[in-house]
Design a protein around this ligand. Structure first.
Ligand code: HH2
Length: 283
C-alpha cells in the first residue's frame, strides 16, 4: 500500500489524521432534490442535526452541498447555494470541530462557505475556474479535484473513453499539477475519479478495480461510491437507501487499496467497515 510522506495534514481551519489509514467524509446535502437524501435535510435545523449525528458517528470531515449534481440535474445559482449552505456551516462550526468541506464548483459559494467557517473545497470540476484555485491557495485549504466527463445535465448520455483508467488518471494529474502551480500545497490535493460522473457501469467498475493506480500517483485519493446507481444496477436495489451493503463492498475495497477518504451517506456503517479493514491490515 502507498505510504505518503506525511500522515497528518494541518491548516488553519482543520486537521486530518491519516496515520491509521482511510477516513470517512459524511455527505450533507442541503438540497430538495439530491438522488439519495434530497429534501431530507433541506431545512437548516434538520441539516445541522444530521451533521452533528455524522460527527458523533465518526465522520472526520462533513461535506456540505447546496446543489444536486445527479445525472440530469440543472445547476443552482450561487446565491441560492449560499442561502442553503451558509447557515448550516455556521451552526456546525459553532458546535463541532470536524472540518467542513464545501461541495461546489462556484467560487462565490466557496468564498461564502469559507467565511462561514468551512475549511476545504470539494470541486467536481477539478478547479475549472481559476478563481477557485486562487481562493484555495490564498487560504491554504485542501481541495478535492474530481473527474467528470461533460456536465451533470448530459453526462450519462453515452460517455466514451479510449482507456477510462488512463484518461481519468491523466486528467487528474494534469489538474493536480495546475493546482500546485497555482500555489496549492501538494499534500492538500486529493484526486477523485468521479464515480458516476459521465461513466457507464463498466467504466465505474474498471476505475474501482484499478484504484491502486490512482493511489500510486502520490496524491491522496478520495472516492464517492455511496448509494450510487451503479450499485443499484448490480444489486437490483432501486431505492438508494437499500444500497448500503453494496456501498460497503466498495468502501472495503477502497480502504484496503489505500484510498485516503471515502465520501459516504451512511457514516456509522462505513466507519465500521473501515475499522475492520484497518484491523486486518494491522494484524
Ligand atoms: N458525488 C456526488 C457529489 N459530490 N464529490 C466528489 N468529490 N466525489 C463524488 O463522487 C461526488 C461528489 C453525488 O452524490 P450526492 O452528493 O449524494 O448526490 P447529489 O449530487 O444528487 O446531491
Amino acid at each position: 500500500m502507498k505510504s505518503y510522506a506525511e500522515n497528518i495534514i494541518e491548516w488553519p481551519r482543520g486537521r486530518l489524521d491519516f496515520s491509521a489509514g482511510c477516513i470517512v467524509m459524511g455527505v450533507l446535502n442541503v438540497t430538495p432534490d439530491s438522488f439519495s437524501d434530497g429534501g431530507w435535510f433541506f431545512d437548516a435545523a434538520k441539516a445541522v442535526e444530521r451533521g452533528l449525528r455524522m460527527a458523533a458517528d465518526g465522520a472526520a470531515i462533513i461535506d456540505v452541498g447546496g446543489e444536486s449534481t445527479r445525472p440530469g440535474s440543472a445547476s443552482v445559482s450561487a446565491d441560492e447555494q449560499i442561502k442553503r449552505v451558509v447557515p448550516v456551516i455556521k451552526a456546525l462550526c459553532k458546535k463541532i470541530d470536524v472540518p467542513i468541506s464545501i461541495d461546489t464548483y462556484k467560487h462565490e459559494v466557496a468564498k461564502a462557505a469559507l467565511e462561514a467557517g468551512a475549511g476545504m473545497i470539494n470541486d467536481i470540476t477539478a478547479l475549472s475556474d481559476e478563481r477557485m484555485a486562487e481562493l484555495a491557495a490564498k487560504h491554504d485549504m485542501p481541495v478535492v479535484l474530481m473527474h467528470m466527463q461533460g456536465r451533470p445535465a448530459t453526462m450519462q448520455i453515452e460517455p466514451k473513453y479510449d482507456n477510462v483508467v488512463n484518461d481519468v488518471l491523466q486528467f487528474l494529474l494534469e489538474r493536480a499539477r495546475r493546482a500546485e502551480n497555482a500555489g496549492i500545497d501538494r499534500k492538500k490535493i486529493f484526486i477523485d475519479p468521479g464515480i458516476g460522473f459521465g461513466k457507464t457501469l463498466e467504466h465505474n467498475l474498471l476505475l474501482l478495480r484499478n484504484i491502486d493506480k490512482f493511489v500510486a500517483s502520490g496524491y491522496r485519493v478520495l472516492i464517492g461510491t455511496s448509494r450510487k446507481s451503479f450499485i443499484g444496477k448490480l444489486t437490483g436495489k432501486e431505492e438508494p437507501s437499500e444500497r448500503i451493503f453494496g456501498t460497503a463492498a466498495t468502501v472495503a475495497l477502497c480502504a484496503a487499496a489505500g484510498v485516503s477518504i471515502v465520501r459516504v451517506h451512511d457514516v456509522a456503517e462505513m466507519v465500521d467497515v473501515v475499522r475492520v479493514v484497518k484491523a486486518i491490515e494491522k494484524s
